[in-house]
Design a protein around this ligand. Sequence first.
Ligand SMILES: Cc1cc2nc3c(=O)[nH]c(=O)nc-3n(C[C@H](O)[C@H](O)[C@H](O)COP(=O)(O)OP(=O)(O)OC[C@H]3O[C@@H](n4cnc5c(N)ncnc54)[C@H](O)[C@@H]3O)c2cc1C
Ligand code: FES
Length: 362
Amino acid sequence: MGEKHKVHFEPVDIEIEVDEEETVLDAAFRQGVMLMHGCRQGQCAACKAFLLDGDMEMDPFSTFALNETEEEEGFVLLCKSYAYGDLDVELIAYHEDMLETGVPIQMVHAEVEEIEALTHDIKRLVLNLVDPPEMNFIPGQYAELYLPGSNEHRAYSMANTTSSAERAEFIIKVYPGGMFSSYLEEDLKVGDKMKVKVPFGMFMLHEKSEGDIIFLGGGSGMAPIWSILNHMAEKGIGRKATFYYGARTKKDLFYLDELAALEEKLPGFRFVPALSEPDPADEWDGETGLITDVLNRLEGDLGGTEAYLAGPPPMIDAAIPVIEMKGVERESIYFDKFTTTGEAEGSKKKEVRGPEAPERLG
Ligand SMILES: Cc1cc2nc3c(=O)[nH]c(=O)nc-3n(C[C@H](O)[C@H](O)[C@H](O)COP(=O)(O)OP(=O)(O)OC[C@H]3O[C@@H](n4cnc5c(N)ncnc54)[C@H](O)[C@@H]3O)c2cc1C
Ligand code: FES
C-alpha cells in the first residue's frame, strides 16, 4: 500500500481517503460511495470530473472520453486518476440518492457451471458462486470476469436477477481473436475456476419512476436488459415497456420464446426485433432496418418516457439523438456502452494539477 490522501468531492461535500496505489474511483467504491461510472477503462467518459485543486496522475485513456482541450482545462477521468496529495474534485454528474448507497465491491471465486451457444457467435456463460456463495448486485449492473490464471479481465453485464444471486449468468459475444471471448469459445470448460469482481455500473431500472419505458439493444446488449425485464416480471412492475432489439439476420436472434413468455407475464411489455440485413431465406415478416430507424418509424411522441440502451457504442450514439428528438428528456436516457478494452489511446501517465482559475465554471 502507498501513502494515503484525502479527496473532497464538491458540490456533494463527501470526503474519502485514497491510497496512492488505487484509482480515486476504486477508493470511492471501497468506501461505499457510488460515483458515476461506466467502463472503468478510460473509454466512456461517465466518470469525468473537474479537478479544483491538488496533484494527480492519470493512466492512459481514450481521447474519445477526454480530449486534449478538456484535459488542459482541468477535467479528469476518475477511473484513471491517482492522487499524489489531497484533492478537491467537482463531480459533474451524480445521483444524489445513490451516492452513499454503494454496495461494496467483492471479489468472488466461482466455477463454470454451463456454457451454451445462443447463436453462432453469442454464448451464455453460467458461473456457480463458491466463495462467497452469493453476490450483491442490482439488475443491469456488470461484473469483471478474470481470465483464469491471469490478472486480465473484461466487463460483462449480469443477465440473471437477484432471485438467483448464487449464480452469475452472462451473454457474451465472441470476437475472433478477442482475448476473453475467444478463450470462452475455445478453452473454457465446465468446472474451471474463475474470479469475478462485482458489482459495477449505474445502468439499472429507476424504480421510483412510473413513466413508460423504451429499451433498445443490439447483440449481447440483450444481457442487462434481459436482467431488468426479468426483474420487472419477478417484482410485478407493470409499466408499459417496448424493447427494440437489433440483429443482422434471423440466425442472430435468440430468446424469442422466452421474450414471448415475458409478453404474457408483463401485459404492458412488447418485444420488437428488427433485422438490418435479412437473408431472403429467413422468410422474415417482422421489422427490417437499423434498430434506431425502426424505433423512429414506429414511435410517436415519447414525452415522459424513460429510455434504457445497451450494446455497441455506435448504436447508442445513433439512438440518443433520435430518442431525444422524440421528446425523451436527456436525463431520462440511461445507457450502457459496451466499449472495448484493447489499447487505450492517449498519453502515458500524465501529471495533472488543479487549475488556479476554473474559467469553465463561468
Ligand atoms: C460496462 C460494459 C459492459 C459490457 N457487457 C458486455 C456483455 O454483457 N456482453 C458482451 O459480449 N460484451 C460486453 N462488454 C464488452 C466486453 O467487456 C469486451 O470488450 C468484449 O467482450 C471484447 O473482449 P475480448 O477480450 O473478447 O476482446 P479484446 O481482446 O478486448 O479485443 C480484441 C479485438 O476483438 C475485436 N473486438 C472486440 N470487441 C469488439 C466490438 N465491440 N466490435 C468489433 N470488434 C470487436 C476487435 O478487433 C478488438 O481489437 C461490456 C463492456 C462494458 C464496458
Ligand atoms: S468509467 Fe471512467 S471513462 Fe468510463
